[in-house]
Design a protein around this ligand. Structure first.
Ligand SMILES: [Zn+2]
Ligand SMILES: [Zn+2]
Length: 419
């Protein structure tokens, strides 16, 4: 896969001229050394990292930037960094005179730098420390603002520096998370096709096919990843980066994030609200991909009903408050704005039942996905033990309320209601 060729853009049959503003992607052994030659005019650099990511790559970055003025903001590595107002403030305080932000890390650090860079106008690049998620090349920053998980449209990094010598030594759980995030694309791609059928949403076959190819490439890496084989880690990182570029091409995370991501966000948000544990992003996505496959299978087994399911506003708000506590109102307001609570899609479902059923049956079954996950030593019992059936059922019913995106979760709710 020649990523730098894709970066030049694609004149596409979908009617869009796909572009992505990333200038460089280096996924190779020793990639960090490349930093010394990048953006030589930017003499004042701010490094953002946490103690763990700095330990992984900080010295190499400092030595590549030896002839520049470097400031640092290093977060504690003890607790999971939450990309919220407090973290934004910490970075903003250091920005005086800075011409380039160099983030060292993976998901959260990337989101934070992306956000700060966008609103300050100071360019950034990311030195990846783990092949753990697909956000390196996407322009959405997954933030937690006022307690809500929100994907804010923000800028892209100028460059992605992914040193395979660093990546292969990432915690194994983070490598598995990257694998899981890619397996989740089965579900995301299916939701995208579903929404095209139901809502006439924009769709691009090139982006769909390229993303699908990345899942297939990644399946071959499973065994190597567990052994920290450098070629496998490189292939995974390439897949994650290409998927990110596909999101930029699509203009949204649609090709890479659907119902499986909504379930993972449910576990994260409800975890934060109630002080309960949750898995790292890609691990939650991996297990949630099995759940969304089961949802599709259940829909396929049943007849479509004659009436759309709805609770009264009061009953529904009551249930939402029980689950989401302080963030319930925000979710309800979002759905009212989008009109999902009053939408009656039954006519479309009836009219397009055959097409919908075909779309739902195209992707691998839940058992097949479990097998793909087992290749990388995921174990469904870990998932069931952590959350329990009741919480998983609640996620299936209410994760859809977190986002404005139509997925199989809405189809399932429209047809069969909630817990
Ligand atoms: Zn296209
Ligand atoms: Zn993801």
């Amino acid at each position: 896969m020649d990523i730098n060729k894709i970066l030049q853009g694609v004149e596409c049959s979908c009617g869009k001229n796909h572009q992505c503003d990333i200038e460089y992607v280096f996924i190779e052994n020793g990639a960090i050394k490349r930093l010394s030659k990048l953006y030589p005019d930017c003499k004042n650099v701010l490094i953002a990292a946490d103690e763990n990511t700095f330990a992984a790559a900080g010295e190499a970055v400092l030595s590549a930037l030896y002839n520049r003025n470097v400031k640092q903001v290093i977060f504690s590595g003890k607790n999971v960094l939450i990309p919220d107002e407090r973290a934004i403030d910490e970075v903003n305080k250091q920005l005086d005179g800075v011409e380039l932000i160099v983030g060292i890390g993976s998901g959260v650090m990337q989101d934070l730098c992306k956000y700060v860079s966008f609103f300050s106008g100071i360019p950034y690049l990311i030195v990846a420390t783990a092949p753990s998620m697909d956000g390196y090349a996407s322009d959405g920053a997954a933030m937690i603002l006022k307690g809500m998980k929100e994907t804010v449209k923000a800028g892209l990094p100028r460059a992605i520096i992914a040193d395979t010598d660093v990546l292969k030594n990432a915690p194994l759980e983070m490598i598995k998370a990257g694998y899981g995030d890619i397996i989740g694309k089965y579900s995301a791609l299916c939701d995208w096709k579903l929404s095209r059928a139901v809502n006439g949403e924009y769709f691009c076959q090139y982006i769909y096919d390229t993303t699908y190819k990345m899942i297939e490439n990644t399946l071959n890496t499973a065994k190597g990843l567990l052994e920290r084989d450098e070629e496998s880690v490189k292939a995974l990182m390439e897949a994650l980066t290409v998927v990110g570029i596909m999101m930029s091409f699509a203009g949204s995370s649609r090709p890479a994030s659907g119902s499986e991501h909504h379930l993972s966000h449910f576990f994260e948000i409800v975890g934060i609200v109630n002080n309960e544990n949750y898995f790292p992003h890609g691990i939650d996505v991996a297990y949630s991909t099995v759940v969304t496959a089961q949802i599709r299978e259940n829909i396929l087994k049943a007849d479509f009903p004659d009436k759309i399911f709805r609770l009264s506003d009061e009953e529904y708000a009551e249930k939402m408050k029980g689950i989401y506590k302080s963030v319930a109102e925000g979710c309800i307001a979002l759905q009212k704005k989008v009109g999902n609570y009053t939408a009656n899609r039954l006519e479309i479902y009836k009219e397009k039942e055959k097409e919908i059923r075909e779309i739902l049956s195209e992707m691998p079954s839940s058992n097949e996905i479990i097998k793909m996950l087992e290749l990388a030593e995921f174990d469904m019992t870990e998932f069931y033990n952590e959350y329990g059936i009741e919480k998983i059922e609640k996620a299936v019913s209410y994760a859809k309320d977190l986002k404005d995106r139509y997925t199989v979760l809405w189809l399932n709710y429209d047809l069969f209601g909630c817990q």
